[in-house]
Design a binder for this molecule. Structure first.
Ligand code: SF4
Ligand code: SF4
Length: 744
């Protein structure tokens, strides 16, 4: 594309008061040689946008530098099709965070224009990726329980075809074992309406159901998944656009529980799941002799919320025990029913169920650690009642029901992360050992059988649930186009499971539609670029294939990367990882950022005006800087901020570029990593901090102090702390003294 660059400088929102616009225009048309440069008092107005449009139509302007507000606002106003656009943040990060009319403020604005001109010169117009195969708009739902069936029904109602695979011979999942459910808003305990949902699925012409079947193999990526489904000894092939994983859960194994809860010591000590199965056969009876029950104790949190067993709350066990206690009371109103609990957790309208149980005479005992004592046929529950301050002995219990929690099916199976590659390759492959990324935990649970370089199943997160980001991206897993629903996502009751099934279906549909337009899914939704590899220079080092957080790059037998663009989230982690610097996007590349750094004007040492480059993650750190500006919080004027798609896309060469140019310091601002991480690309921030630990090598080579480079994690709500952090680092650099490369 032959570029014709045009620059537009807005003087509104205080920009014109803070900086000398005429000087910026002179710089743009002079040193920067931009042929068109216009100013406007309100560029985001209809008139301002029309000015730009007019230049596009009449002057052929197709590479636009828009120096105004942050790129995070007015996105639609400055979104011009078939045009390269770069936004220069003169408002939040100059006019609103620096003193007006100051020489340093002017220098900052001028540098941002220089950096933008360098960026635009390196940018190309994205060409959307089009796979050779036709994009499929069919959803695959794995799991025929409530979540899976709801996903299938909702997707079909939205007009999409669905293939549903259930491993059991019948649809229904765990709910097949449940006779009655409580209705909310609470109207009583009613017969489980599961069959109605099953009927909806089986009667829909848009849903193809495979029961007694399993996914044998999944290859490809969003839009072009090829899924082999094995059923009755034969294998069917389906072309799939996106996948909803609704594989469900299993009750926590009661044999692993603390012996003092009595499981296994008497047949009359059962679990909540066993209670349901017993009830399905008719009346609830005493397992030891089939007699009617009149004394029943429910013990809550059996193994749950205990780091030794199941560390989390399964959210439904309290409600289930309340429902089961009402079933007993309905059968025998004179029965003695006790619920021994640490805390009753009855969120939302389940509180009505709690009230109903109290009204029906169920007795609640608050106790942290009850004990079940079995003496011959006699079962006694001993509980230190926190209210009475004394131990209560519930003797002669006909039935003790342990309220055990839920374990996602994805948690079952062995950790095979280390086996994901053949053993012999691992031994000989020295390069692999040097790779930076900590491996994902992959379990052999045989649910999706992905043909991915990183292993056959979804990586497990905390407690083995496979969703990728518990704060911002519910449903999303670490494999693009695969969304977790229901109890594969987190423990939940029936109402939430239905909502979750519908939500995951909507995410899968979004993925299909974005993929069919060649665009990325969340968080860079709509991005039309994708990584391109200059393969002739590839050394088969495997960094890109291993470090991609989404398993988007497979490998051939010679270790050549095989990018799968529809799986790609456009984070740029591979670009940051590649030592040969041969991975780039049309509008984001190692040379492009390098040129932006080189465009910064570095004053001579005697001017005592240090320069510090901030490589800021665009997801949290950059918005936090904007927020600081929005609150008119000032910070040292020496900073020049470059937004990165993810700090994981940082290539170490930028640090060398900066220091060899005489930049005094480099600040990397990324997201928090660790268990409760917030990194939008999962590992990007962690990877960059690991890479940075290797930077001392570079610094030593350049005979520079490693204190010149600092890594900090910030979330968007840390904006209040940012000015102090920036000022402190600037002071530290002044203590260290100027970069000795200055002026070279
Ligand atoms: S841009 Fe990110 S998701 Fe895409 S291939 Fe590179 S590392 Fe993987
Ligand atoms: S990181 Fe770069 S050099 Fe290494 S395998 Fe990937 S593309 Fe090739």
């Amino acid at each position: 594309m032959e570029k014709k660059t045009a620059a537009y400088i807005c003087s509104g929102c205080g920009i014109g008061d803070a900086v000398n616009i005429d000087e910026l225009v002179s710089l743009t048309t002079g040193d920067l040689k931009v042929p068109i440069c216009r100013t406007h008092a309100n560029l985001c107005s209809q008139e301002g946008a029309a000015l730009i449009k007019q230049d596009m139509d009449k002057e052929g302007a197709n590479a636009l530098i828009i120096a105004a507000c942050s790129p995070r606002v007015m996105y639609d106003v400055f979104n011009f099709e078939n045009c390269i656009v770069d936004r220069v943040n003169l408002r939040e990060q100059v006019a609103w965070s620096q003193p007006a009319g100051d020489e340093n403020t002017q220098m900052m604005a001028a540098d941002y224009l220089r950096m933008s001109a360098a960026k635009v010169a390196a940018m190309e117009l994205p060409v959307p990726y089009k796979p050779e195969k036709e994009i499929s708009k069919t959803l695959l739902v794995v799991g025929g329980g409530i979540a899976g069936m709801t996903s299938a029904v909702e997707a079909s109602k939205a007009g999409y075809s669905v293939v549903l695979v259930e491993k059991e011979a019948e649809l229904g999942g765990f709910q097949k074992k449940v006779g009655q459910i409580a209705t909310f808003p609470y109207k009583g305990v009613v017969k489980n309406p599961l069959n109605e949902l099953i009927k909806e699925v089986t009667s829909s012409p848009k849903i193809k159901v495979y029961t007694g079947a399993r996914v044998e193999k999944t290859v490809g990526g969003p839009g072009v998944f090829e899924v082999s489904i094995k059923q009755n000894g034969t294998t069917a092939q389906e072309n799939i656009g996106a996948i909803v994983l609704a594989a469900g859960w299993q009750p926590y194994d009661p044999t692993k529980l603390d012996k003092k809860l009595g499981f296994g010591a008497s047949p009359n000590v059962i679990t909540n799941a066993m209670f349901e199965e017993t009830y399905l056969k008719g009346k609830v009876t005493r397992p030891s002799d089939g007699q009617a029950v009149s004394k029943v104790a429910f013990l809550q949190c059996a193994g749950s919320r205990d780091p030794q067993y199941l560390p989390y709350c399964s959210t439904v066990c309290c409600t289930t025990s309340l429902k089961q206690s009402l079933v007993i009371k309905a059968e025998n109103p004179k029965s003695d029913v006790y619920v021994v609990f640490k805390e009753m957790r009855t969120p939302g309208q389940a509180e009505d169920l709690y009230r109903k149980a109290q009204e029906e005479g169920v007795i609640f005992i608050r106790c942290q650690s009850p004990e079940v004592k079995v003496d011959g046929g006699k079962v006694t529950v001993e509980a230190l009642d926190e209210l009475l301050g004394e131990t209560v002995s519930l003797e002669g219990m006909d039935l003790v029901v342990l309220a055990t929690g839920m374990v996602p099916v994805t948690a079952l199976g062995m950790d095979i992360s280390k086996e994901a590659k053949p053993q012999e390759e691992k031994k000989e492959d020295k390069k692999e050992e040097e790779l930076l990324v900590p491996p994902d935990i992959i379990r052999r649970s045989e649910i999706l059988n992905l043909e991915y370089r990183q292993g056959p199943e979804l990586p497990a997160l905390k407690y083995d649930f496979p969703d990728s980001h518990f704060i911002c991206f519910p449903y999303e897993t670490r494999r693009t186009g695969i969304y977790a629903a229901g109890c594969s996502h987190r423990p939940m009751g029936i109402g939430s499971t239905k909502e979750d099934g519908a939500g995951a279906a909507m995410k899968a549909i979004q993925c299909i539609e974005l993929t069919s337009r060649g665009a990325s899914v969340h968080p860079r939704a709509g991005d039309l670029t994708f990584p391109e590899f200059a393969m002739q220079r590839c050394t088969q080092c495997k960094r890109c294939t291993v470090e991609c957080p989404f398993g988007a790059i497979n490998e051939d037998e010679k270790a050549n990367p095989l990018p799968q663009p529809t799986r790609c989230r456009r984070c740029g982690v591979c670009m940051g990882a590649c030592p040969e610097r041969i991975i780039s996007f049309k509008n984001y590349s190692v040379p492009m950022i390098g040129n932006m750094i080189k465009a910064i004007e570095v004053p001579a040492e005697e001017d005592e005006k240090p320069r510090i480059v901030v490589l800021a993650c665009e997801n949290d750190a950059y918005p936090a800087l904007d927020m600081a500006g929005l609150r008119r919080m000032n910070y040292a004027p020496w900073y020049r901020v470059i937004p990165l798609r993810c700090l994981g896309s940082m290539n170490l060469v930028w640090i060398a570029d900066s220091l060899s140019k005489g930049i005094d310091g480099i600040l990397l601002l990324g997201c928090k990593h660790g268990d409760d991480y917030q990194c939008h690309f999962i590992k990007g921030s962690e990877l960059s901090s690991i890479r940075l630990s290797k930077v001392s090598e570079t610094l030593n080579r350049l005979a520079l102090e490693s204190d010149r480079v600092r890594f900090e994690t910030v979330s968007i709500i840390d904006y209040e702390k940012l000015p102090a952090l920036l000022n402190e680092f600037a002071e530290k650099l002044q203590e260290i003294g100027p970069n000795p490369f200055k002026g070279w």
